[in-house]
Design a protein around this ligand. Sequence first.
Ligand code: AP5
Length: 213
Amino acid sequence: MKLILLGAPGAGKGTVAKLLTKVDGSVQISTGDILRGAVTAGTDLGKEAKGFMDAGDLVPDELIMNIMGERLLEDDCKAGFLLDGFPRTIPQADALEVLLEKIGVELDMVVNLDVPRDVIYDRLTTRRTCENTDCQAIYNVKSMPSKVEGVCDKCGSATIQRADETVEAISKRLDTYDEMTAPLADYYDKKGKLFTVAATSSDKVVEEVTNNL
Ligand code: AP5
């Protein structure tokens, strides 16, 4: 499948994407995971992105398009891809359209994960993420705890709170989402690609998405 997962921070894009990879081998491409990996590795990209990310701001479109322009050409994308956290602005969506047209790929749908704000705050303050940048498994101390507290089930690394999970950064990320990313719902609705789903249960989202492909 070839999907975009749209939704506010904490809506469950990463969780749903990981479940969908198991359906048909489509690959999850998370710009957030790629950027966090670059920050940990201390690359030029990471150094440039870190300040924006920690403050809850978006990384400049040009940096993101450089990453995605290369990533979508990699071989594993031929099996399908789940875009998690990209595009996030109208210019990114326009650039993606040009890119997909160039490589002759059509999106199946844009899944808009709809979750109430109070649920989002609760999820983000209780999320834990595997610190291993090759894993980045997602847990939640309330709804999806790891078997051993603080230890990733998949790779045994520590599970941590992300640098952008302070109250200030969460608030900024939600404002940035409303201003820059939420308009993409209308953008894709006009193209007949939008599929909005109440995302209180991730398994239900997966079921609804696969039934509507
Ligand atoms: P990114 O990593 O994309 O962060 P985000 O959009 O803020 O999304 P999150 O990862 O916080 O949440 P999610 O929706 O994936 O939720 P999750 O599945 O973890 O981006 C980080 C930063 O990178 C940005 O702020 C920006 O600076 C930069 N960036 C990235 N892409 C960019 C782009 N394209 N352009 C510019 N800048 C970019 O779930 C959250 C929690 O809830 C977890 O604990 C999970 O276990 C739990 N949960 C999930 N579903 C359920 C459920 N159904 N029931 C109960 N709990 C659930």
